[in-house]
Design a protein around this ligand. Structure first.
Ligand SMILES: Nc1ncnc2c1ncn2[C@@H]1O[C@H](COP(=O)(O)OP(=O)(O)OP(=O)(O)O)[C@@H](O)[C@H]1O
Length: 666
């Protein structure tokens, strides 16, 4: 039995630990675990805050990041924005108190979640160099900016202000600047500050970012669009997948008296009818007093929620980048690589994990200057923030590894793992709460609902890549044959005619017999806001041809202004069908049309399909897919069918391209 004195000692040694004291000793949890990472984390926390603040205040962000070297280990880091600024009275807590922020309790998409980021940066800077941070901020109505030198009393988790004064900051209507000194190591390459800013520019094409590195080099990532991302609204939790503990906390914190009112008013997407259904499925009466909801009843309620069909989360609490801006951002920042193909990006509909709405977006870039002998580059983003560390632990990487990329034209031994090929795969997860694997916010947890959504989006984007590659391959082969036939046969005819002293015969019939194909060529040109699309049909078969031609226009903002031939049918405003007139053997027929109001990049390649003709006879267009009626609306639903184990040679869906090619080759 322990003596009385020992017990008293043990009791006396029990103490509260302040949150900052805890994180001071466990900096690695926040991502400040190495000199290289610490520097990056400091920049990231401040830039993420600037972007969040600008987005909330509907300001197009202009952000400056400057790093200068003080000595072998110490760097001075400054981040300045043109955001709304921070009210003077709030500045000490924002920069000098951990777990103090405006976003933790809000069910809304934002980069910052926990209220730790910037104060943890101030704390790590102070621990490693002993120097205070300097923060300056001005709100729109103020005449001057407030500037403070600040450190954190980590024992108490409270700010200590060493200097404070008001200074004119006339060049800024509003904004914030933070300067800190931190021990660190500055690197270039894949996990560098430059790379973080470059990737930030891709998914935030509305931001202008300027970076001055320790050697004084200045890099400017210019704004690619003046369109601010849609403002994400704050919502109530979605009931789908809500965890028991969260449900109990909500019950305890609710101001509602009855169960039915609690369901209706404290959750999103629960109407009176749905609330009644949930109560009945849970076997609890609607009027049950909330104060009587104990663990057992909460469990019943959770089961009841699981049994009732509830509308998907609304999307206005999320701020997806959108197809257009993903393409724009990628093009803007990757222009020096000049990729050959940008697969139309996919934005999935919102779903929910543990009551938190989320959605997944995927873009794939292929070819051009990208290396073909290496693993594809993966760009991971969560709420528009690049994730540079912990790639292997992230749900995004796991979903990419589990996808069979051989189906989509990339190399992958055994059909699993990161594929090889000249491609970049971009994945963005937007959520009111990203389930990170740690406070450092470096990787997303492999939650099944999230992983499934990523997989579906990857497959949909992969299909576009495959269509492009098939088309390219087929065209290459046919063009080569075409060129040979068109050059060699006339030369042979000319020589033979000379030798025999006879006139050179008309070769069109002969060439037609050899080619024996309807060759469909397309071109898209862009000038002064207009796209001009041309489809040319060469009948290089010995017989007349009469068939239907179909094409899908880009979804966003399409407006057709003229046709050379009116389509016989237009579906969903974007699917055009032409019933072509009879095209005689060796004849050429042309269709053209003009589109207005699209970005140049939004329409660079045409999807052309044919029907009422044997696809074997056609080059340059695919047979009309059986789901033409669905296509363009939701092509991805094909993947709702569970995946079947396939052998190396098999593909998941009937692949018209290959069938056609194989038959043709035969
Ligand atoms: N540049 C800024 N402009 C305006 N407000 C800011 C700025 N930086 C920080 N804030 C305010 O200070 C709060 C605390 O920021 P902090 O970085 O500590 O946490 P956070 O961004 O909310 O969450 P996280 O810890 O996940 O980054 C923010 O929630 C925001 O309200």
């Amino acid at each position: 039995m322990p003596s009385k004195t020992t017990t008293t000692k043990t009791v006396k040694s029990q103490k509260d630990i302040s949150v900052s004291e805890f994180f001071e000793k466990n900096r690695q949890i926040l991502g400040f675990d190495s000199p290289v990472k610490s520097l990056l984390m400091g920049v990231k926390e401040a830039v993420d805050n600037s972007l969040d603040a600008c987005e909330e205040a509907r300001i197009l962000p202009d952000i400056l990041v400057e790093i200068s070297k003080m000595d072998q280990k110490e760097y001075k880091v400054t981040i300045e924005d043109n955001g709304p600024g921070i009210p003077s009275a709030a500045m000490p807590n924002v920069f000098g108190r951990l777990l103090h922020g405006s976003r933790f309790h809000a069910v809304r998409q934002s980069r910052g979640q926990q209220g730790i980021g910037i104060s943890a940066t101030v704390m790590c800077a102070q621990i490693t160099t002993g120097k205070p941070a300097t923060a300056r901020s001005k709100v729109k109505s103020a005449e001057a900016a407030k500037e403070i030198d600040i450190i954190i009393d980590t024992k108490k988790n409270t700010p200590v202000i060493l200097r404070e004064e008001y200074i004119p900051w006339n060049e800024k209507e509003s904004g914030t600047r933070i300067t800190f000194y931190m021990s660190g190591r500055y690197i270039t390459g894949k996990q560098s500050i430059y790379e973080y800013l470059r990737q930030t520019a891709i998914v935030n094409p509305h931001a202008s970012l300027t970076f001055i590195d320790p050697d004084g080099h200045k890099y400017i990532f210019e704004r690619a669009t003046n369109e601010l991302p849609p403002q994400s609204k704050e919502i109530k939790p979605h009931p789908d997948g809500i965890e028991l503990g969260t449900l109990m906390n909500m019950v305890n914190a609710s101001s509602e008296k009855s169960l039915i009112k609690f369901l209706q008013n404290d959750f999103s997407r629960i109407s009176e009818r749905v609330a009644k259904e949930i109560c009945s499925a849970a076997g609890i009466t609607e009027t049950t007093r909330l104060s009587t909801m104990d663990l057992e009843k909460c469990k019943q309620l959770q089961d009841g929620i699981g049994k009732v069909k509830i509308m998907a989360p609304q999307s206005d609490c999320l701020s997806p980048i959108g197809e257009n801006l993903i393409r724009k951002g990628l093009k803007h920042v990757l222009s020096d690589i000049k990729p050959e193909y940008y697969a139309p990006p996919i934005t999935r509909d919102p779903k929910s994990h543990s009551g938190n709405p989320f959605l997944v977006e995927v873009g794939i870039v292929y070819g051009g200057g990208l290396p073909s002998d290496q693993q594809v580059q993966i760009l991971r983003f969560a709420n528009r923030v690049p994730l540079l560390y912990q790639q292997g632990a992230c749900a995004i990487t796991k979903a990419i590894e589990a996808t069979d990329w051989r189906r989509y034209g990339l190399e992958q031994r055994g059909g699993t793992g990161i594929p090889y090929g000249p491609a970049i795969i971009l994945v963005h997860i937007a959520s009111t709460k990203i389930p990170f694997t740690s406070e450092a916010k470096e990787a997303v947890s492999a939650i099944p609902q999230i992983q499934e959504e990523i997989t579906l989006a990857l497959k949909a984007c992969g299909r576009s890549l495959r269509t492009h590659l098939n088309k390219k391959e087929r065209k290459k082969k046919t063009r080569a044959k075409f060129e040979i036939v068109q050059v060699i046969i006339p030369l042979m005819a000319e020589k033979t005619a000379n030798v025999l002293g006879k006139p050179i015969p008309d070769l069109r019939g002969t060439i037609t017999k050899i080619m024996n194909v309807v060759w469909i060529d397309e071109s898209i040109t862009y000038d002064k806001g207009k796209h001009r699309a041309k489809i040319t049909i060469y009948n290089y078969t010995p017989k007349n041809q009469k068939f239907k031609l179909h094409t899908v226009l880009p979804k966003e903002g399409t407006s057709l202004i003229s046709y050379s031939l009116n389509p016989s049918e237009v579906k969903d405003d974007i699917k055009l069908t032409w019933d072509l007139p009879r095209i005689a053997s060796t004849e050429i027929f042309e269709i053209s049309f003009e589109l207005n109001g699209l970005d140049k990049e939004a329409y660079e390649e045409m999807d052309i399909y044919v029907s009422n003709i044997n696809p074997v006879d056609v080059m340059g267009a695919d047979p009309l897919p059986g789901d033409w009626d669905l296509q363009g609306v939701n092509f991805t639903e094909v993947d709702m069918v569970p995946d079947v184990e396939i052998s190396e040679e098999e593909d998941e869906e009937p692949d018209y391209d290959e069938t056609e090619e194989d038959l043709y080759d035969e």
